[in-house]
Design a protein around this ligand. Sequence first.
Ligand code: MHO
Length: 212
Amino acid sequence: HYVDISSEKATFAMGCFWAPDSLFGSTPGVITTRVGYAGGSKHFLPTYKNIGDYTEAIQLQYDPNTVSYLELLNMFWDHHDPTAKFKKQYSSFIYYHNKEQKSEAERTLNEKKAKGLDILTKIEPAGEFFNAEDYHQKYRLRQHQNLCKDLGLDSGDDLIKSHVAARLNGYVVGQGGIDQFDAESLKLGLDEATIKYVRHLVIKYEGQGLHC
Ligand code: MHO
């Protein structure tokens, strides 16, 4: 049956983009994810090897009826250290897509500052987002080439556009947890063998957190 899903974008930079790709990928309401480079100079094409003044970032497409921007912001704050000084590649940014996102981002940042935290996060309008190289898309899922093959996820573009890829990229490192996986594995259209393979990984890594 057809479900009309409205979607919005959110873009965050919170260090190496592999971890947030898994974190958000298995979050209910997140539809697709892509990792790339944001916030740098115009007329420059950033790559991983030649990133210039760009920052590693993640862009989500999400259903605001299932997950709110505020919930995503809370995950942003909770899953990196916004007080740590890094080179620009790994710096903390919120790139807003509209006025509402801007004011919510500012409000949460001011709350942190009011607690005395020296927050280095910058809030900027979302500009052009350059997809990272294929080998960075769904980095954790890609470590299981058998899965990608079975699911027909061959190219970086497949990995960017696929909802199933977004979710599995979280589940293979335990994000989302086993109860959530069991509740949605059939809805994702996974076959029995895939479910068995992924289940084992969710159980193995659940609660271990993310690293880069
Ligand atoms: N420590 C990781 C960071 C990769 S990340 C996509 C590495 O250099 O392999 O910047």
